[in-house]
Design a protein around this ligand. Structure first.
Ligand SMILES: Cc1cc2nc3c(=O)[nH]c(=O)nc-3n(C[C@H](O)[C@H](O)[C@H](O)COP(=O)(O)OP(=O)(O)OC[C@H]3O[C@@H](n4cnc5c(N)ncnc54)[C@H](O)[C@@H]3O)c2cc1C
Length: 498
C-alpha cells in the first residue's frame, strides 16, 4: 500500500480503518439529499456548529455539519453514517468541556441539534415539548408569558440535551429531583433509524429509564416533553463577598448543606475562585429561593450578618430575567479553554470541606499551568429530598444513596487561555485531588462513590460509580436498542456505558 494512501487512513474506535474520503463522500451524499441542511467549512452554519462550544478545545473541524430540522432527517443521516461506517458526533448546547464529547475532527460528520429547536406548551400547560437545539435560556424565555418554569439548567447558556441525558442538577432539584425525573417522555432516533417515544409505561420504558442519566449511548434525542411548574418567578441572584472571608465561607457551606437544605425551596451555589494573577481567592454565591422571599431562614448562612455581600442581586424575578444577568458574562468566555473535575464529599463534616478548599488553594498557588486565568470550586448540595424526589416513574440509573446525604458535589473548573493544554490542566487535577484524597484518608474520611457525569473530567470513570446492577442493566438496554454499538463505537464522543 502506498504511503500517501496510508496517511489518509485513520483508525477508529471500531477497530476498523476508515478513510477521510469516507467522511467527505458521506458529506456529499448528505448534501445531495439535504443541500440546505449540510454545511461545509467556511460557511456560517459550519463555523457556528464547530465553534459555539464552551471550551475551545472542542473546535475540531468535522468534514461537514449536518443540521436536521426533523427526526426523519436525523434518522436518514444515522442510517447513512452507519451503512458507510462514517464516524460522527452529535452536539447540543456545547457545554460539556471535553474536546470530543460533542464534536469530531475531519474524519467524521458533526450532527448538530440546532435545527431541532421546537418549543410547545401543551393545551393544559402541564407540559412543554423542548427540542434539543434549545438552551435553557430559550426555554425560560418561551415559558415566561405563560407564568411557567421547568426543572432545568441553573444558567441559561447550558444546552438542554446533554444536561438532561446526564441527569441535570437544578435549583429546584431539592424539591423535584433531577431534571430528568421531570421528563414525561423522550423522543429519539435509534441506531436502526426508527424514531421512538419512550415513556415510563410504554414498550420503551427501559429506554426511558436509561435516558434519565445514562448519556448518549442509546438514542439521539429529538424531543423532550417536560413537566412544567406553575412558578412565574423565583428569588434568585448573585452575592459577592470579596476576599478574605474563607473561614466563614467554609462554615456557611457546611451550615447550609446540613441545615439550610431542610427547606427544599432553597438552593445555593457557593463559589471560591483562585486568581493566579493576584494570588487571591474571591468568594461568591448564587442564591435561590422558590418563593417571594429575599431573607428566608434557610439562606441565613449566606446573608448578612453571617456573610455580608459587598454586592447582591438576589431578588424576585423570572428564570428568563435571571438568565439574562449571567449569560452575557459566560458568553465572554468563548475562545477560552475550560475543563472540569468533580469531587463528591459528604457534607456532614465541616473539616472535610475545609480540607478540600485549603488544599485546592495551596496546590493552585504552586502547580497551576501558566495561562490559567481562574481556578474555581463550587460547592452545590444534593440533599436527601433530592434523592427521594428522583425516585418517581421507576427511578434512574444513578440511584443515589439517600443514607449518605447531604452530599456536596465539588465542581472544580479551570478557565485558561486557549493555548494551555488539557493534559497540563489534568496534571493539576491529578495532583490536587490526589493530595485531597490522601489528607481525607489520613483523617479516616471515606468519600462517596458516585461521580456526576456532566461535571466529570474524562479521567474519571463516572459509569464505574453507578450501582453495578444498574450498569449491567444499562448495557443490556444498549444491546437491545443498539446491538451494533453505533452510538458507542461509531460515535465515540461522550460518556459510554462500557
Ligand atoms: C457554564 C456551565 C453551567 C452548567 N450548569 C449546570 C447545571 O446547573 N446543572 C447541571 O447538571 N449541569 C450543569 N453544567 C454541566 C452540563 O450539564 C453539561 O455540560 C451538559 O453536557 C451540557 O449539555 P449540552 O447540550 O450543552 O452539551 P453538549 O456539549 O452539546 O453535549 C453533551 C453530551 O450530550 C450529547 N448530546 C448532545 N445532543 C444530543 C442529542 N440530541 N441526543 C443524544 N446525545 C446528545 C453529546 O454527544 C455529548 O456527549 C454546566 C456546564 C457549564 C459549562
Amino acid at each position: 500500500m502506498k504511503l500517501a494512501w496510508l496517511l489518509v487512513l485513520l483508525p477508529t474506535a471500531l477497530g476498523r480503518i476508515v478513510s477521510r474520503d469516507s467522511a467527505s463522500s458521506t458529506c456529499k451524499h448528505l448534501e445531495a439529499t439535504y443541500p440546505d441542511l449540510t454545511f461545509f467549512p467556511l460557511s456560517p452554519g459550519y463555523i457556528k456548529a464547530n465553534t459555539d462550544f464552551y471550551t475551545s478545545s472542542a473546535w475540531l473541524g468535522p468534514a461537514c455539519v449536518f443540521q436536521p430540522t426533523d427526526s426523519r432527517h436525523l434518522a436518514d443521516a444515522v442510517l447513512l453514517l452507519k451503512n458507510t461506517s462514517t464516524p460522527f458526533a452529535i452536539r447540543g448546547g456545547g457545554h460539556m468541556p471535553i474536546a470530543n464529547a460533542a464534536n469530531i475532527n475531519s474524519s467524521g460528520v458533526l450532527l448538530s441539534s440546532f435545527g431541532l429547536s421546537q418549543l410547545k406548551v401543551s393545551d393544559d400547560h402541564s407540559t412543554v415539548h423542548v427540542g434539543p437545539g434549545n438552551r435553557w435560556a430559550d426555554v425560560y424565555k418561551y415559558l415566561e408569558p405563560y407564568g411557567l418554569s421547568v426543572v432545568g439548567g441553573r444558567l441559561g447558556v447550558v444546552g438542554v440535551p446533554g444536561y438532561i441525558l446526564g441527569g441535570g442538577v437544578a435549583f429546584f432539584s431539592n424539591e423535584y429531583g433531577w431534571a430528568s425525573a421531570n421528563v414525561v417522555r423522550f423522543t429519539g432516533v435509534l441506531a436502526d433509524g426508527r424514531v421512538v417515544t419512550a415513556k415510563p409505561n410504554n414498550e420503551h420504558a427501559d429506554l426511558f429509564w436509561a435516558l434519565r442519566g445514562g448519556g448518549n449511548s442509546f438514542a439521539l434525542a429529538t424531543d423532550f416533553e417536560l413537566k412544567t411548574l406553575r412558578v412565574p418567578k423565583v428569588t434568585v441572584g448573585m452575592a459577592n463577598y470579596g476576599f478574605g472571608v474563607g473561614e466563614q465561607f467554609i462554615r456557611s457551606v457546611h451550615d447550609f448543606a446540613t441545615a439550610g437544605t431542610k427547606d427544599p425551596k432553597a438552593a445555593v451555589i457557593p463559589m471560591a475562585e483562585y486568581l493566579p494573577e493576584t494570588g487571591t481567592v474571591s468568594y461568591s454565591a448564587i442564591l435561590f429561593y422558590n418563593g417571594n422571599n429575599a431573607t428566608p431562614a434557610a439562606l441565613q448562612s449566606f446573608q448578612k450578618p453571617t456573610l455580608t455581600p459587598l454586592t447582591n442581586t438576589f431578588r424576585y424575578r423570572s428564570m428568563n430575567q435571571w438568565s439574562q444577568e449571567l449569560d452575557g458574562a459566560v458568553g465572554l468566555l468563548k475562545g477560552s479553554r475550560q475543563r472540569f473535575y468533580v469531587l463528591n464529599i459528604h457534607a456532614s463534616r465541616k473539616e472535610t470541606i475545609a480540607t478540600v478548599h485549603d488544599t485546592f488553594v495551596e496546590v493552585a498557588k504552586t502547580s497551576l499551568p501558566i495561562g490559567v486565568v481562574v481556578a474555581a470550586m463550587a460547592f452545590p448540595q444534593v440533599a436527601e429530598q433530592y434523592i427521594h424526589a428522583s425516585t418517581v416513574n421507576g427511578g434512574d440509573p444513578q440511584d443515589l444513596d439517600p443514607d449518605g446525604a447531604p452530599y456536596i458535589w465539588v465542581e472544580e473548573s479551570i478557565t485558561a487561555l486557549a493555548a494551555v493544554r488539557d493534559e497540563d490542566i489534568d496534571a493539576f487535577y491529578t495532583k490536587v485531588n490526589g493530595e485531597i484524597r490522601q489528607k481525607l484518608l489520613a483523617d479516616g474520611v471515606k468519600l462517596p462513590e458516585y461521580t456526576y457525569l456532566n461535571d466529570a473530567n474524562p479521567a474519571q470513570d463516572s459509569f464505574g460509580t453507578f450501582p453495578p446492577d444498574n450498569l449491567a442493566r444499562l448495557r443490556k438496554i444498549r444491546a437491545r436498542y443498539d446491538p451494533d454499538r453505533v452510538f458507542t463505537d461509531l460515535m465515540p464522543g461522550g460518556w459510554k456505558v462500557s
